[in-house]
Design a protein around this ligand. Structure first.
Ligand code: NAD
Length: 333
């Protein structure tokens, strides 16, 4: 099987080539292009059997029509999401779509804890101070996480990993979710959202962005939080209403805020977008506060997660070649 791999970054190529080198997928060859998949670049797939695409790709109707003309029979999404794929047109042409539903929840949860710790102890400020020969401790006071309360909103794969990490720190772990995760019952107490907001010293968001979670952190919910709370969001930017967060920061509600995601992020989350961020006023305003730390949607970005993405994507291709059904098939409905 010949795969054309779109939107290639060096780290993608490295992890896929490493996985191919294991010899586990002898029938698969990959060619890489830096271009992302869209109606202008779909014709590059001429002569290939499959394409590999990402969250940033445009796999809409027009792209799908061209892929069908070029006799592509498999679209390998190397991510969990598939909101950018026209599944109906894929089904019409018999093009199979497969994805990587989960790769490394710990990668994101560890980054969430890193953000919580870095903003609590002002590590970014400490780093800069010491580099400038300023060894004073002013402005660096934090609080112990040990015996404090962690409030985890959303206890699916990543939230559960975050609960385990918080337990490891000796924290009391409380959680809010619309469904309770049985595997956590031994050490996590499920509470109402109101109680979680009022009791937590560290709040970490791990639920998906949906109508029901859009702007769940707003001025009303912020007011219910303890003064001096740490808020971390590694989930989706629009869970937090940024203007209200800024108001909360001005009210001195937060000891620290750690964000890996922010409202202005486009769909194209992994592009180079430094100019875009600076143009966007709310993100730039957030960056002006000394107790806010922002990273660039890097929660997933570990060697292990990239390795898992490569292994699952190639296994999906192998299952396709073998004519096997797979739980990683993306179907309509
Ligand atoms: P998951 O589906 O395993 O878990 C999501 C949990 O949220 C579920 O338990 C669900 O019941 C719960 N939930 C749904 N609606 C809720 C509500 N209204 N209130 C509280 N909880 C609710 O998903 P996951 O794999 O743990 O991923 C969580 C989120 O992390 C994803 O939706 C994605 O936005 C984000 N993510 C970020 C990165 C990154 O690099 N920063 C990488 C992967 C995923």
């Amino acid at each position: 099987m010949k795969i054309l791999f779109y939107d290639t970054k060096n780290y993608d190529k490295e992890s896929f080539q490493e996985t191919l080198k294991t010899g586990a997928f002898p029938d698969i060859t990959i060619e890489y292009t830096k271009s992302d998949l869209d109606p202008r670049t779909a014709a590059l797939a001429d002569g290939f059997d499959a394409v590999c695409a990402f969250v940033s790709s445009n796999v809409g109707t027009q792209t799908m029509e061209i892929l069908h003309e070029k006799k592509i029979s498999l679209i390998l999404m190397r991510c969990a999401g598939f909101n950018n794929v026209d599944l109906e047109t894929a089904a019409k042409y018999g093009i199979r779509v497969m994805r990587v539903p989960g790769y490394s929840p710990e990668a994101v949860a560890e980054h969430a804890m890193a953000l919580a710790l870095a903003s609590n102890r002002r590590l970014y400020k400490a780093y800069n101070k010491v580099r400038e020969n300023d060894f004073s401790l002013s402005g660096l006071m934090g609080f112990n996480f040990y015996e404090k309360t962690a409030g985890i909103i959303g206890t699916g794969k990543i939230g559960a990993a975050m609960c385990r990490i918080c337990r490891g720190f000796g924290m009391k772990v409380i959680a809010y979710d619309v469904y309770q995760n049985e595997s956590l019952k031994e050490f996590v107490e499920y509470v109402s959202l109101e109680q979680l907001l009022s009791d937590s010293d560290v709040i970490s968001l791990h639920c998906p962005l949906m109508d029901s979670t859009y702007h769940m952190i707003n001025i009303d919910t912020i007011k219910q939080m303890k003064d001096g709370v740490i808020l971390v969001n590694t989930s989706r930017g629009a869970l937090v209403k940024t203007d209200d967060l800024i108001e909360g920061i001005r009210m001195h509600k937060f000891a620290g805020v750690g964000l890996d995601v922010y409202e202005e992020e486009t769909n194209n989350v992994f592009e180079d977008r430094s100019d875009e961020i600076l143009e966007h006023s709310t993100t730039a305003r957030l960056l002006s506060f000394p107790n806010v730390m922002i990273t660039s949607h890097q929660g997933f970005f570990t060697r292990e997660a990239l390795g898992a993405i490569a292994a699952t994507t190639l296994q999906n291709a192998a299952d396709f070649v073998a004519g096997k059904d797979s739980p990683n098939d993306v179907k309509i409905g």
